[in-house]
Write a protein that binds this ligand. Structure first.
Ligand code: BGP
Length: 466
């Protein structure tokens, strides 16, 4: 059988610390913003951790990582994406010394991945800013965050040098405007923030990302660094030129982050926008120099496309990034519109624009699953998930055939985990089912789903059998 996927293609799965680890206060870990977000992305936050916050225990990966990684490796994964919980390493973000127990935990995770033949793909910051930095500095609004983050990144690369080849600096860096507390540890309520505040915070993250890239390259010249953006192709709602221009502007608001990471400077359309809004960012000469340290590849999540129009309409329900619904597309129960071809569109757009290898580090269908008995064992017959992933992989294959360089594909939540937007278990993505319910009950037993066998076959045939 022939396959368009190269033999080096990194078939994998993706997770994040706050959504799988649990053990939120063990072995010296400090609190992160997630520990006070029991309701998910848009809050409200609590003052202290509350028992209804499922992330405090999550799926207990902290204690079960070895069995979980073995189960995932048995599916054939060649890479495993996880994040380091920043507050496990620096409990308050600005501690004099890193927490050895935290570093040792990720030693074990990294070494287990390597023993099982999976390349660790590590997100340095995945919606897990130490809470102390949110309270003390208002998160990324403060320039002080840059040095703290770069020191944290240096600590990681010095420790895991030679073992971790792929680093991602910030998960979905362009989500900062939409979820300032979760994404960037900004404690000030969203409605009290100005666009200038948010742009300045984004600027600090961009500088920190570039400086971390520089440090990683210096400490481990064999390592590769990618930015990570939430990708969402924007279609004009109609062919009216006003709608096309509205779509272009909406697209720019997301492309801006990749442009800075790849080109090493601010694109003209952002500078114009800032000027016209009367926003003067604090950008120093040292910042400009820092930004020239560009990434090796571009990684992204892809869940949906959106439409944009110049006409005044209501924002689409469920689309956290705004936009209006596309009348031609179905949607998941949570209103996320399903558009496999959009993935081919975005792969071509990014490749044409940046000519950097692309890595799809999140994609998948959040759905309610039901355990059923098949041949005497409990499982989930998730044909809907298989269909979703297959349809998207067909489009990745098309993009590869178009000449796009794609490094790999790591579907989101390869093992069921706590959802970011709902903070519940019932929105599931996994190939592996975890017995835990929204009320926190459950045995935490792991069971493979039908999609597990399907994905194992996909990987075994290098994508020839989809
Ligand atoms: C992305 C985040 C992930 C993940 C995913 C699915 O935005 O990077 O952390 O959670 O979305 O979202 P949800 O869990 O809300 O379905």
């Amino acid at each position: 059988m022939t396959t368009p996927f190269p033999p080096t293609f990194l078939w994998g799965g993706a997770t994040a610390a706050n959504q799988i680890e649990g053990a939120y206060d063990q072995d010296g870990k400090g609190l992160s913003v997630q520990d006070v977000l029991p309701r998910g992305i848009f809050g409200p936050r609590t003052d202290a951790p509350t028992p209804d916050n499922l992330k405090l225990q999550a799926i207990d990966f902290y204690h079960r990582y070895e069995d979980d990684l073995e189960l995932l490796a048995a599916m054939g994964l060649r890479t495993f994406r996880f994040s380091v919980a920043w507050s496990r390493i620096f409990p308050h973000g600005d501690d004099a010394e890193p927490n050895e127990a935290g570093l040792a935990f990720y030693d074990r995770v990294v070494d287990t991945c390597l023993r099982l033949g999976m390349e660790p793909l590590v997100t340095i910051s995945h919606y897990e800013t130490p809470l102390a930095l949110a309270d003390k500095h208002d998160g990324w609004r403060s320039r002080e965050m840059v040095d703290l983050y770069v020191r944290y990144a240096r600590t990681l690369v010095e420790r895991y040098r030679g073992r971790v080849k792929y680093w991602l600096t910030f998960n979905e860096i362009n989500s900062l405007f939409h979820a300032p507390f979760m994404s960037a540890g900004i404690a000030t309520p969203k409605d009290e923030l100005t666009e200038a505040d948010l742009y300045q915070a984004a600027h600090h993250e961009l500088v920190a990302s570039a400086l971390a890239t520089q440090v990683i390259h210096e400490v481990d010249p064999d390592a590769q660094v990618g930015c990570m953006v939430l990708a969402m192709p924007v279609y004009p709602l109609t062919p009216a030129p006003d709608d096309v221009v509205a779509a272009m502007h909406a697209d720019h608001r997301n492309l801006f982050y990749g442009d800075v990471h790849v080109r090493g400077r601010y694109p003209g359309y952002v500078l114009r926008d800032l000027r016209e809004r009367g926003i003067e960012l604090d950008i120093t000469d040292a910042d400009r120099e820092a930004l020239t340290h560009t990434v090796d590849f571009v990684s992204f999540s892809y869940y949906m496309s959106i439409c944009e129009t110049a006409a005044p309409v209501e924002a689409g329900e469920g689309n956290i990034m705004g936009g209006v619904p596309n009348p031609h597309l179905p949607a998941s129960e949570w209103g996320w519109q399903i558009d496999p071809q959009g993935l081919r569109v975005v792969l071509n757009q990014f490749w044409d624009r940046w000519q950097k290898p692309l890595f799809i580090v999140e994609n998948g269908l959040g759905a309610r699953d039901e355990l059923v008995e098949v041949d005497g064992r409990l499982t989930v017959v998730d044909d809907y998930r298989i269909a979703y992933l297959r349809d998207h992989l067909v489009q990745v294959a098309e993009a590869v055939a178009d000449g796009v360089e794609v490094m790999g594909y790591t579907p989101w939540g390869c093992i069921d985990l706590v959802s970011a937007s709902t903070a519940q278990m019932s929105k599931r993505y996994g190939f592996v089912h975890v017995d835990r319910d929204d009320d926190g009950t459950g045995t935490l037993t792991r069971r493979t789903k039908a999609s597990y066998d399907w994905y194992r076959q996909v990987i075994a045939t290098d994508g020839a059998s989809l």
